[in-house]
Write a protein of this length. Structure first.
Length: 499
């Protein structure tokens, strides 16, 4: 096996050497392709194919990557690939002349070339370009993956996304849809008079979520700083300042594990609306997803990893966390009022409990995580969360142990998190203190004390609804991708030993 790998490596090195020799020869002849700074193309491949009747016989100039070439003596066919697709070209010695045709035959698969010629159809009906000029624009010094096997190794695809996009053009469709999804969400919010804003990525306090931060150091100030784990606290400061509707689409950084659903950096959207409640947030969350699905897919009934999911507006279920736990397990936390009773119920049900999270509220959340979450396939809003894991949400009026918070679940995964935002500065300060105690007890995901945010609340924040959604997961849902790495151009990867 080792000898075979060595042989493959040797073959690759030989191919690269041949290409470098071709480049050296071009440079010696004063034809260095890397010296070309601009190429004026007039059309793209799809535009020509879609508008053949209008363009037949007319001169066009295209450019792209040489993906296939068939040399047939004094005439050849080739395919070039641009950002929109592929188009065929007919290249002959009669049109190019002997010297230019010889140069074309020396071009390698993967080279970037420009073609000037007129549009026609071959005898087989394929829209093509009859080349009058061929220009080498950039030399590819590495051969592309073998034609019939392509780039299938997922690890290599993620590490070398540029090659993945070249040889697996269907991957581009996922990322085009990602862009459409974000554009549509912006359009919906802009029409509702939300203002898009930007808040700091470098923070002196990691807050707004329960997560471990990345720590860096600011040399001039000589202080440690944190990459943001949420945009929440700065956005709510803007609500205090008088912006009634704000949102931010931005990168979030959490120093946590990596799996099919998690990447250390990801994109979220958070929005806040003054004078709005939890129901308003449910409504706008549902609207954002259903309208985006219609815009990008043209439908609201979709299939995700073999599961039929109905995103049709009005069909989304709403149920409290305690009722969802009771429905799934038969355990009714309305009748369980002490931490001891809750621990007993967890033991009897086989629900694991974190040693530093042993209150009734903690155990309700543990029951939900263990027994309920994965069963929520159709869109479901779970609301009324324990106060222990909702330090930024308002208490329920009828039960101060629970909060006005919801999370949206689809396909057994969480997609959005929302609060009727806590605007009582005294209550907020006390909850921060409780979070600090949890941190001191060993919970490195607990919130830090943010006295400036408390100060902002002391100036008065109106009743406010807030919602955060992971855009990457939404893209996964709407493109039927199983892994978050398939919707990130450049996911985080462990460096190779030789890199």
């Amino acid at each position: 096996m080792e000898n075979n790998n060595e042989g493959q490596e040797l073959d690759l090195n030989q191919l690269m050497l041949v290409r470098r020799e071709k480049l050296d020869k071009l440079k010696q002849e004063g034809k260095d392709p890397y010296q070309i700074t601009k190429f004026n193309r007039t059309h793209k491949s799809k535009e020509i194919i879609d508008n053949y009747e209008e363009l037949e016989g007319k001169e066009v100039v295209v450019a792209g990557r040489l993906m296939a070439k068939r040399i047939m003596g004094k005439a050849s066919f080739c395919h070039i690939q641009d950002g929109e697709g592929k188009i065929q070209s007919y290249v002959s010695i009669n049109e190019l002349g002997e010297e230019s045709y010889k140069a074309f035959k020396e071009d390698d698969i993967g080279d970037i070339i420009g073609i000037k010629g007129f549009v026609f159809k071959t005898k087989t009906g394929e829209v093509s370009i009859h080349a009058k000029e061929v220009t080498l624009l950039s030399k590819s010094l590495r051969p592309l993956p073998e034609k019939f096997h392509g780039l299938k190794d997922t690890d290599l695809r993620y590490r070398q996304r540029y090659v993945d996009l070249i040889v697996n053009p269907e991957v581009k469709d996922t990322f085009r849809k990602r862009t459409e999804i974000i554009k549509e969400m912006r359009r919906i919010l802009d029409e509702k008079e939300y203002i898009e804003v930007e808040t700091p990525i470098l923070n002196t306090i990691a807050g707004g979520a329960s997560a471990r931060p990345f720590i860096t150091h600011h040399n001039t100030l000589d202080i440690d700083m944190y990459l943001r784990i949420a945009t929440e606290l700065y956005l709510k400061r803007l609500i205090v300042g008088g912006f009634d509707r704000v949102y931010e689409i931005g990168r979030i950084f959490r120093n946590e594990g990596m799996d099919l659903k998690h990447n250390p950096e990801f994109t979220s959207i958070e929005l806040y609306q003054a004078y709005a409640d939890l129901e308003d947030m449910m409504n706008i969350t549902e609207e954002l997803i259903t309208k985006t699905a219609m815009k990008v897919l043209g439908k609201t009934k979709i299939t995700y990893q073999g599961q039929e999911i109905d995103l049709t507006p009005g069909s989304w279920r709403r149920i409290t966390m305690i009722d969802a736990v009771k429905e799934a397990t038969g355990v009714d936390f309305h009748t369980i009022n002490t931490d001891e009773e809750a621990m007993k119920a967890a033991k009897e049900a086989g629900v694991p409990v974190d040693p530093i999270k042993t209150t009734r509220g903690d155990i309700i959340a543990a029951f939900f995580d263990e027994k309920v979450e994965e069963t929520l396939i159709q869109p479901t809003f779970i609301y009324e969360y324990p106060i222990e894991n909702s330090p930024l949400a308002k208490k329920m009026e009828n039960d101060e142990r629970m909060t006005q918070r919801f999370e949206l679940f689809i396909g057994g995964r969480e997609y959005a998190n929302a609060f009727a935002e806590l605007n009582d500065p005294i209550d907020q300060y006390e909850r921060f203190l409780a979070q600090v105690k949890q941190r001191e007890a060993g919970d490195d995901e607990a919130n830090m004390m943010d006295t400036d945010f408390v100060t902002a609340l002391e100036y008065g924040m109106p009743p406010t609804g807030g919602m955060g959604m992971g855009i990457d997961r939404l893209v996964m849902l709407l493109t039927d991708e199983a892994s978050i790495r398939d919707v990130l151009f450049f996911p985080t990867m462990k460096p190779l030993n030789n890199n």
